[in-house]
Design a protein around this ligand. Sequence first.
Ligand code: ZN
Length: 462
Amino acid sequence: MRLRRLPEFAIASVVLLAVCRAEPAAAEPCSLAIIHVNVLPMDSERLLPDRTVLVWRGKITAIEPAARVRNRHCGMTVHGAGRYLVPGLNDMHVHIESLAFAQAFGMKAAPIDYPSEMALYMANGVTGIRVMSGAPDILAFRDSQRGTLSPYPRLVVATPMLAGNPPVLPEPVTKVLLTPESAREAVREFKRDGYDFVKVRDNLSAPVFRAVIDEAAKNGLYVDGHISMGQGLSVFDVLRSGQKAIAHLDNLQLLMKDKVHDPDTYIQLLRSCGCFVETTLQVEANAYAQITDYDRLIQRPELKYMHPLILNAFWRKPNNPILKENADPAFWRSLYADEKVLLKKLIDGGVHIVAGTDSLNPMIVPGASLHDELSSLMEAGLTPYEALKTATANPASYVPGFSDVGVLAPGRAANALLVDTNPLRNMDTLRAPDAVMINGNWMTRSDLQRKLDAAASLYAKL
Ligand SMILES: [Zn+2]
């Protein structure tokens, strides 16, 4: 009899245990609780009111109705009543300082202080960036954060830009490739160095381009970049080649100027390759703005938080290439307008779109420019939700290296912003977050201002 009763008791225990487990995250430890906060998870267009969000070891462990999670004693408690928790923003096309830039332009530079380099991104709520022109010192900083709960934005880093002759930017920012053999060797070497993906720029010949695509695939790297229409390559060759991403909308827009191909042809090709496109509308918006309003842009107070290297090499007169080469504001204004029309067609056609700013290009301020990009996307006709997705859920869905960010859910990285207003009602609230969290590190507005001030005082001495 006893033997027969034991299993019943055991079953009852399991049921009891299951009931206890239904209480959210009952026994798990937590380093941070954000209580009574409205959560915009960005997994669909919904708002979760009055939630408690628990964080442990850099990850979100629970998002539950606040009334169900009581008496939790975490390392730290943040009162979020009346405020909104939003996924941290991700800029999928940036450039950051490196000694490679100094070398390429024959300038002297002290080693780059990457924590200072990150301050503008962090203060603007940008918790992940994809660097489109990699260099050894950038990789070293990325690697120094590996395996830690880093308070700095996630860095995913491209190879130096692979290009034919002549390159737009000199080596070592660019790697000039003239034969398929040298292309294969370069890709293998960049793989050994630890770069995350391959960046292609202009003028690669067809055999060299195909060698890059093939060798990258063999080495588990994907290829992103310009539509490199060197000898023997058409835009359609590129879109059918296996290249995973197109770095600029303007690339596509300028190719359509010939009026031979309608957007539907491109939409079909971009959909069938499953490619993603970076928006980078700030290039055209800022090109126009600096031709017509240079003095205002160069005097913006946030420029004191920027390293002087690129400012001096590209932004100021007389070195500013936009002012030198093509100072026709009408060209940039109409390109910007046309790109917005194209963007809306691509979105409606189901093409994968991710927000990118091309920051460090002349007048494109790191971090702050991502908010300008989101404004441009809404000007193009995207809804606030569609626009915000391009910097949150879309990178998570489409871009290798970001799959665990961009959406607020248990198991995802604890990268988020606390803001005063629902950004779907007023996107500008994201420009000045009350707090920014990266890998569970909670940084208030004043913490972030201290980081900016430290960067400014360092840069003032250079
Ligand atoms: Zn770029």
